[in-house]
Design a protein around this ligand. Structure first.
Ligand SMILES: Cc1cc2nc3c(=O)[nH]c(=O)nc-3n(C[C@H](O)[C@H](O)[C@H](O)COP(=O)(O)OP(=O)(O)OC[C@H]3O[C@@H](n4cnc5c(N)ncnc54)[C@H](O)[C@@H]3O)c2cc1C
Length: 479
């Protein structure tokens, strides 16, 4: 069979598009094969509830994209793409009607934390000053020679600590502890687990460096901008083309798979050497999520003023309650009071809903592959901090683990991270190697969130995987 393309990318998620763009920029002919009828994987939007209400199907808030070295190489502004910075990146309401909040400035955030101001400033300020160096270090495979060893050590010591331990050691009061625990819960790890603090540090520092922005018009606009850029570079995207077997693809010099480890095993399992296959079979899922999108008649009547100005809200009360919920989830139990992540994009982006109406994006963590309907628990958590919330609901759209997997095979069991981000799987993702993107099949590379640096919309898995493919297959052409 003659070679038809230099590179074929399976999957048009942010990592697939990043890989395709990187290959095309190096002069390769590129075909992207996408199973879905729309591009974007985890960065898509649609009218899920009522006409005119634009909901983010998956990702909503994008500190990692804003911080991503890959995204900085894309001429987003020229492509008509715009980040919106909510007034406050993140608020975390408490039962007394107050809220802790993450503001753009470290000092201002610290000042609002009362008795924990000094501790917050001491933890975050030196790291925030070195954010650029740090971001380069953790947005690549863990097995690498550090370019900034001192900065990395200063980050690494608190980062490997369990979040509950670090928060309770550093902070004396509930607002700072709860704020830290809520951000750490993005890890999907029990908050007593090593490296759960890393997520609080990375996302907190990203908030101080680049904010927690939302895309004007919805996260689909991220994918549309990347796809337009890819097409300008000569790339071709075919939709409704699900790859069932690696052998069915046209012949290419490099194949980059924006697939989870499990989807990779499904389409190529028999061809993989048994030792490598066993390593992949050993790779563990993260817990799942249950998601709801709402069309609302008015903004949410939060008790705490900060919540009325924040793009993202974390609901789970104090640190012990959040830790208990995440512990339950990791043990396969449904939490009575789950930790809920909320985004209220339409407060800052009028394109999301008609007139004075609003959208709301919310999800909670559940055990892997759990199909329980969590809408009551999610609504109770919102109403706890915003009495009257239920009166604003015009329509709901729910997505369980099964619905998520149906919308994207990479989300099997409701795992939105491409596999658990525990210490072992941060180091060996999915295998222990400085170039874990390379598979034993010649010219075949993994480039999804199952590779470093892991989940989130940042494109860095695709960017690095394409870099390895270019070095391996196109050494003379690399730019
Ligand atoms: C509900 C939800 C909320 C999230 N919120 C955020 C957030 O706010 N911020 C953030 O940064 N991240 C968020 N994420 C995570 C983020 O969306 C993912 O980490 C990211 O999209 C992973 O990118 P990817 O390119 O690796 O894979 P994906 O985005 O999953 O893309 C993979 C693509 O491959 C396609 N595909 C799969 N199998 C095949 C096949 N066999 N043949 C052809 N095509 C195939 C899929 O249809 C999909 O388009 C969220 C995810 C979900 C689900």
């Amino acid at each position: 069979m003659p070679i038809e393309y230099d590179a074929i990318v399976v999957g048009s998620g942010p990592n697939g598009l990043a890989a395709a763009i990187t290959m095309a920029r190096a002069g390769c002919s590129v075909l992207v094969c996408e199973a879905n009828a729309t591009i974007g994987g985890g960065a898509r939007s649609a009218e899920l509830t009522l006409p005119g209400f634009v909901h983010d199907i998956c990702s909503a808030v994008h500190p990692l994209a804003a911080a991503s070295p890959f995204f900085r190489t894309v001429p987003l502004e020229r492509l008509g793409f715009e980040w919106i910075q909510p007034d406050i990146p993140l608020a975390h309401p408490l039962d007394d009607g107050s809220a802790a909040a993450l503001y753009k400035k470290v000092d201002f955030t610290a000042e609002q934390l009362g008795g924990d101001s000094r501790a917050y400033r001491r933890l975050m300020a030196p790291l925030a000053r070195n954010w650029e160096d740090l971001a380069i270090e953790f947005l690549q495979p863990m097995l690498h020679l550090p370019q900034h060893p001192i900065t990395l050590t200063r980050f690494g010591i608190p980062a490997v600590s369990p979040a509950t331990l670090l928060a309770k050691y550093l902070f004396k009061r509930e607002p700072a502890r709860a704020l830290f625990a809520g951000i750490a819960a993005h890890s999907f790890l029990p908050l007593e687990a090593p490296v759960s603090s890393a997520f609080a540090l990375v996302l907190g520092l990203a908030g101080h460096a680049v904010g927690w922005p939302i895309p004007r018009g919805g996260s689909q606009q991220i994918s549309n901008a990347l796809a337009t850029y890819l097409r300008e570079l000569g790339g071709v995207i075919e939709l409704n083309r699900r790859t069932e077997n690696l052998r069915d693809l046209p012949k290419a010099r490099a194949i980059l798979l924006d697939l989870s480890v499990w989807e990779f095993l499904r389409i190529a399992g028999q061809e993989l050497p048994s030792r490598y296959r066993r390593k992949l079979q050993f790779f563990r899922h993260a817990p799942g999520i249950f998601k709801i999108d709402y069309a609302l008649s008015s903004p949410i009547p939060w008790k705490a003023e900060a919540c009325r100005h924040a793009g993202t809200i974390h609901l789970g009360g104090g640190i012990d309650e959040i830790a208990a919920a995440e512990r339950d989830v990791s043990r396969g139990r449904i939490p009575e009071r789950p930790f809920v992540l909320v985004a209220q994009q339409s407060l800052f982006d009028k394109t999301r809903a008609p007139g004075d109406q609003h959208t709301l994006w919310a999800y909670c963590h559940v055990p892997f592959n759990c199909d329980a309907d969590m809408s009551d628990q999610i609504e109770s958590q919102i109403a706890r901090f915003a009495p009257g919330f239920r009166d604003c609901i015009l329509a709901r759209h729910k997505m369980s683990a099964t619905d998520l997997a149906r919308s994207n095979p990479n989300l099997a069991g409701g795992d939105i991270s491409g596999g658990a981000a525990n210490l072992a799987q941060l180091i060996a993702r999915p295998i222990l190697s400085p170039t874990p993107y390379r598979t034993p099949l010649p010219g075949v590379y993994l480039c999804s969130a199952s590779t470093p640096p892991g989940g989130g919309v940042h494109g860095m898995c695709g960017y690095h995987a394409a870099g390895v493919a270019l070095r391996d297959r196109f050494a003379t052409r690399e730019q």
